[in-house]
Design a protein around this ligand. Structure first.
Ligand SMILES: Nc1ncnc2c1ncn2[C@@H]1O[C@H](COP(=O)(O)OP(=O)(O)OP(=O)(O)O)[C@@H](O)[C@H]1O
Ligand SMILES: [Mg+2]
Length: 311
């Protein structure tokens, strides 16, 4: 593990021509492992990733990748260190899949022979081993996403930046892709944006939640859940539940004749008490479920009404 982050962004701000403030005061670090960006549509994820990847100039702030400043000094150094898969990767549509990959390899400083070898290996890794000779224009949307990821990986960069890499992939493709990302992230930094909280929770070592161009919250999934959505819900289904008793350590969230929902910090401790109290008042319990909160709940909290604008 390095002493300093592989990606370091400080005070990033982007004002687009026309005056839209898309990103405002973003600080972000990525180390070896997976860093995930989440946030509503238009919250500034793509703008931030593009500034990190060197394709969109910040209005203010700086970015360092592998210790090299992206926006001042020698651009070839940070460029060789990172691969970027934007939401729409530009390919030469009439050339073959393999030819396109070789092209990206040459840009990153590989020889033709190295590029061809690596391109074949990567097509295998992303599940397109038979598509080398196909023209890019003939690929399906999901195959194109896979090719995008392979292209970003050409040259074996230490930093991999992926904007919504799983959008358009089928469920099997998604889970295979995240497994590949986990493997890749053992000795490099992967930064990826996604709209799917379950994926972020499973794969993210560090998650940034964007809201209106700022970072509303960040941390490991566990830290975020502990801080923003610590309460489990206990859902009781049955009959005679319309007047459920108060129970120490739990808050009654909702009740009807056939359902009662409590929230609590400590479901293991509180559940037996709830069941006991309900039985005592003559309720009939058919089903009990403990719902542990996840990043989805964190996301709703920090991007909902009254969401923090920073910190
Ligand atoms: N080229 C542009 N010119 C002007 N405004 C832009 C441009 N690109 C993005 N914006 C604006 O900047 C803000 C942030 O957009 P951005 O694409 O970074 O969001 P995002 O978080 O990636 O959203 P999504 O989840 O939909 O991909 C939005 O208000 C958007 O309208
Ligand atoms: Mg985007």
């Amino acid at each position: 593990m390095e002493e300093s982050p592989l990606v370091e962004a400080r005070g990033l701000r982007k004002v687009y021509p026309g005056g839209v403030v898309a990103v405002d005061g973003v600080d972000l670090e990525a180390w070896e492992g997976v860093t995930v960006l989440m946030g509503p549509n238009g919250s500034g994820k793509t703008t931030t990733l593009s500034m990190i990847a060197g394709s969109l100039k910040p209005t203010k702030g700086y970015v360092k990748v592998c210790g090299y400043d992206v926006w001042s000094g020698d651009w070839s150094k940070p460029r060789e260190c990172m691969g970027f898969a934007p939401q729409n990767m530009p390919f030469r549509e009439k050339l073959s899949v393999l030819e396109n990959l070789v092209w990206y390899g040459l840009i990153r400083g590989l020889s033709i022979g190295e590029a061809r070898r690596e391109a074949k290996k990567l097509l295998e890794a992303v599940g397109l081993p038979d598509k080398g000779k196909a023209k890019v224009a003939e690929l399906s949307g999901g195959m194109r996403r896979r090719l995008t990821i392979a292209a970003a990986l050409m040259g074996d960069p230490r930093v991999l930046i992926l904007d919504e890499p799983t959008s358009g992939l089928d469920p099997r493709g998604r889970s295979e892709f995240w497994r590949l990302v986990r493997d890749l992230s053992r000795d490099r930094a992967v930064i990826a944006s996604t709209h799917i909280p379950e994926e972020a929770e499973e794969v993210g070592d560090r998650v940034y939640i964007f809201y209106k161009g700022r970072i509303a919250a960040w941390g490991s999934p566990e830290e975020l859940i502990k801080r923003y959505a610590p309460k489990a819900r206990i859902v009781i289904q049955g009959r005679g539940l319309s007047n459920p008793p108060n129970v120490r350590g739990a808050t009654l969230v909702r009740s009807g004749d056939d359902t009662a929902i409590y929230s609590t910090m400590d479901p293991g401790e509180v559940l037996p008490r709830i069941v006991e109290a309900l039985v005592k008042v003559g309720a009939f319990i058919e089903r009990v479920e403990v719902r542990k909160p996840g990043l989805a709940e964190v996301y709703m909290t920090v991007t909902g009404s009254g969401a923090p604008s920073e910190g």
